[in-house]
Ligand binder design. Structure first.
Ligand code: ADP
Length: 499
């Protein structure tokens, strides 16, 4: 299939979607950018600013107050969201093409993994909304109190480029189902799919003003949204650095509710009691080299007991060959390119730094056919470094894994926790006691035992420490996009009933 040709023949919308229609940004400014795979000019997406945020918030607030969406019954909302999911399914190829062209990630990933995952998340939340009950306090003789979840109002959602549809769906689906009006600010590297999704949302029956998409730069559109006093919640996925700013914006404006899913440097512990080192190496490679390592929960720090280190290293080298980058438009390729030249340079700088500091660098040998200037990096394993070295501490967000050695599991857990992050983690071992205590000991929102990255919409996802605040996914996500209200009802026994 010629993806480039198909993209050229598509009527690609690049404007913001506000109050049920496409509009230019007020300043007419656009985002200038080029494909990291083949240099294709991808400029022209509206770069919205403060004025556009102002207008959109007004419309979103108006829609919330009118209540056409908010006041629908859970079942009505469910049915519209299920229709929305079905309509997205019909556009699966189109959405996968938009994301592939913009991010140069493999089309295969989008078509078979990301887009279906996003649609699955919408269906999961839609099916949940009429089954998730609010609560009442324990009964009293003369009083009764309910605790109900109320929508926040206008909710801002700021998303990253590494998985544009999935991360957005994790947030907008529960936010909408709770009755909020949403304004999504997609990453400047990946806006086209969400711009198209907004139109599909309207066609599915989500009223105007309830689902808005404002493309633009983080420092402008994102910041203005997070600082806006009429926005009652801001939900963000991206770097810890920007996450910290989002918390500040909340404090500087109206103390809006904040949800953050930030960076990670997740530990992957391999014990000498691991009975299947080959499986451990396979799982590691799948999770750290997939999408050129551009995954916030990637297990990018392997901590291994000395006894099995050399054997594991050889197995990992072999597995890394399965994730070499190639032409993202070729359906058979499982790995494409790094999203942008900037990100590519950043990853290369880390590899160079490690080299200069005397680390041992191994890079996969297999090379797939790709244009000379494509921003691709071979799967890279860095060893001979300490946990305190920059490459072992910083989130690199590329196909780079650092291999660290530990004397024993106790030391491995200590090293695992010696990081500001706490998004995910794993231990591979056949010793049940070791697995249990490691899972308890690793300070992260998610710990895998003898697995990694296997998840389900039912399981919450979110970090400890500087990896974030709050949770995506699971029924608990409904709590994130709502606030609890207690209604205390006091009763007097009717006079005729006394005695
Ligand atoms: P990355 O480093 O992965 O690109 P960022 O944290 O920079 O991640 O970006 C994630 C999202 O946050 C993007 O949509 C981006 O536009 C937005 N963003 C960046 N800076 C800010 C900011 N100062 N305020 C609000 N949003 C921002």
């Amino acid at each position: 299939m010629d993806i480039k040709e198909k993209f050229r023949n598509m009527n690609v919308e690049k404007r913001a979607y506000i109050n049920g229609k496409y509009v230019e940004s007020k300043s007419r400014k656009t985002i200038e950018k080029y494909s990291s795979f083949n240099g294709m000019d991808l400029s022209g997406i509206s770069a919205c600013g403060k004025d556009d945020v102002e207008d959109t918030v007004k419309c979103a607030k108006n829609a919330f107050e009118l209540g056409i969406w908010r006041k629908k019954t859970p079942e009505e909302k469910k049915n519209i969201m299920l229709k929305f999911a079905d309509m997205l399914e019909c556009c699966r190829e189109e959405l996968a093409i938009l994301d592939t062209i913009e991010t140069s990630r493999a089309y295969q990933n989008y078509y078979y993994d990301s887009i279906p995952k996003a649609i699955g998340a919408i269906r999961y939340f839609a099916e949940g909304i009429d089954k998730y009950y609010d609560s009442a306090i324990p009964p009293r003789e003369d009083a009764f109190a309910t605790v109900t979840r109320c929508p926040l109002g206008v909710v801002g959602i700021i998303t990253p480029w590494n998985d544009p549809m999935v991360v957005a769906a994790w947030k907008f689906a529960p936010a909408l189902l709770m009755g909020n009006s949403v304004i999504i600010k997609p990453a400047e590297q990946s806006s086209l799919s969400m711009i198209r999704v907004a139109e599909i949302a309207s066609e599915a029956g989500i009223p105007k003003g309830v689902f808005n998409v404002l493309p633009g730069f983080g420092e402008e559109a994102g910041k203005a949204l997070a600082l806006h006093k009429e926005v009652q919640g801001i939900f963000f996925t991206g770097s810890s650095e920007v996450g910290r700013q989002i918390v500040q914006y909340s404090g500087m404006s109206n103390m809006k509710k904040v949800g953050l899913e930030c960076g990670g440097k997740s530990p992957f512990i391999v014990s000498k009691n691991c009975g299947d080192l080959k499986e451990a190496a396979k799982v590691l490679a799948e999770n750290v080299f997939y999408n050129q390592g551009q995954i916030c929960s990637a297990p990018s720090r392997v901590i291994i007991e000395k006894l099995v280190r050399d054997e594991f290293m050889e197995l990992l080298k072999k597995e890394s060959e399965k994730f070499v980058p190639g032409n993202p438009y070729e359906i058979r390729n499982n790995v494409g390119c790094i999203v942008s030249k900037n990100q590519y340079e950043k990853v290369k700088t880390y590899i160079e730094l490690a080299k200069r500091n005397g680390a041992i660098i191994y890079q996969a040998k297999t090379v797939k056919e790709k244009p000379i200037n494509a921003c691709c990096i071979q799967p890279t394993i860095i060893s001979g470094v300490e946990n305190s070295d920059k490459v072992a501490r910083d989130e690199i967000f590329g196909p780079v894994v650092v291999l660290l050695e530990a004397e024993n599991i106790q030391e491995a857990i200590k090293m695992a926790n010696d990081t500001p992050y706490g998004l995910s983690g794993a231990i591979f071992t056949d010793d049940l006691n070791e697995a249990y205590y490691a899972a308890k000991g690793i300070e992260s929102g998610l710990v895998h035992i003898n697995s990694y990255g296997e998840d389900d919409n039912m399981a919450p996802f979110g970090g400890f420490k500087e990896s974030g605040l709050g949770k995506d996914k699971s029924l608990w996500a409904f709590d994130e996009y709502s606030q609890q209200k207690t209604v205390w009802m006091k009763f007097k026994m009717p006079s005729g009933m006394r005695g």
